[in-house]
Design a protein around this ligand. Structure first.
Ligand code: 13P
Length: 253
């Protein structure tokens, strides 16, 4: 099995206007100075995708989106299709982020349909899973992750078209993180469940990112955990300095 290329991806969530493009320029400068490891991606709000794509054209930074509709086109006011995101310059799209599962009541079935839409459009689907604080308290973390993997990840997913992001809901934006033992247990369990669901080949090469309060100060520790193939970073991806402080966990920033 070839070594998995790690990915550090930034999810800007509902943050960023044209004023923020200076950070993208700064990221391009930083990215130009590092080698091939790790892969880098920024997922700005949809309004900035084409602007960001223009700025990163000569840099290794890829552009992702944060959500898509399941349909290719049609009467869905306010929604954006995966094909439109691709057209705007995205190469990936996050689906099933806990903020969408929570704020918009998105089910595993809908997340699965969105992942299939991403694949249809030729986008990588970054499928988010993670337990809530209450589920963790009742020791339901692994059962919840197992259910989410089986129900949110389409059986046709491959290591090339799909990335999993494990984001414990209680760790997002809180400054709290699981212990490295907990992260190791969750990621090993996710890979095992993927193997049962998709087969060894797809599961063995699939990137499983950790997300939830990743900062420059804890990135090296979290990124060194077995089966952690990179990070999905929220708040600390808004500034080039912080984002590359995390990238530095791979010894190349
Ligand atoms: P924070 O890094 O701000 O905790 O957010 C994580 C996240 O939700 C990334 O998708």
């Amino acid at each position: 099995m070839a070594e998995i290329q790690p990915l550090v991806a930034g999810n800007w969530k509902m943050n960023g206007t044209q004023e923020s493009l200076g950070e993208i320029r700064a990221m391009c400068e930083r990215a130009a100075r590092i080698g091939a490891r790790p892969h880098l991606m920024i997922c700005p709000p949809a309004t900035l995708i084409s602007r960001v794509k223009g700025l990163v054209a000569a840099s290794p930074i890829q552009v992702g989106a944060q959500d898509c509709h399941t349909a290719e086109r049609g009467a869905h006011t306010g929604d954006i299709s995966a094909e439109m995101l691709k057209d705007a310059g995205a190469s990936a799209v996050i689906v099933g982020h806990s903020e969408r599962r929570g704020d918009h009541g998105e089910s595993d079935a809908l997340v699965r349909a969105k992942a299939l839409a991403a694949h249809r459009a030729g986008l990588i689907a970054i499928i988010c899973i993670g337990e809530t604080e209450g589920q963790r308290r009742y020791e339901l973390t692994l059962p919840v992750l197992g259910r989410q993997v089986r129900a949110s990840v389409p059986e046709s997913a491959t290591a090339a078209n799909t990335i999993i992001a494990y984001e414990p809901v209680w760790a997002i934006g809180t400054g709290l993180t699981p212990t490295t033992d907990d992260v190791a247990e969750a990621h090993a369990f996710i890979r095992q469940t993927l193997a049962e669901h998709l087969g060894e080949e797809a599961a063995g090469g699939m990137r499983i990112l950790y997300g939830g309060s990743v900062k420059p100060a804890n990135a090296a520790e979290l990124m060194s955990v077995a089966n952690v193939n990179g990070a999905l970073v929220g708040g600390a991806s808004l500034k080039a300095e912080d984002f590359f402080g995390i990238v530095a966990a791979y010894g190349s920033a």
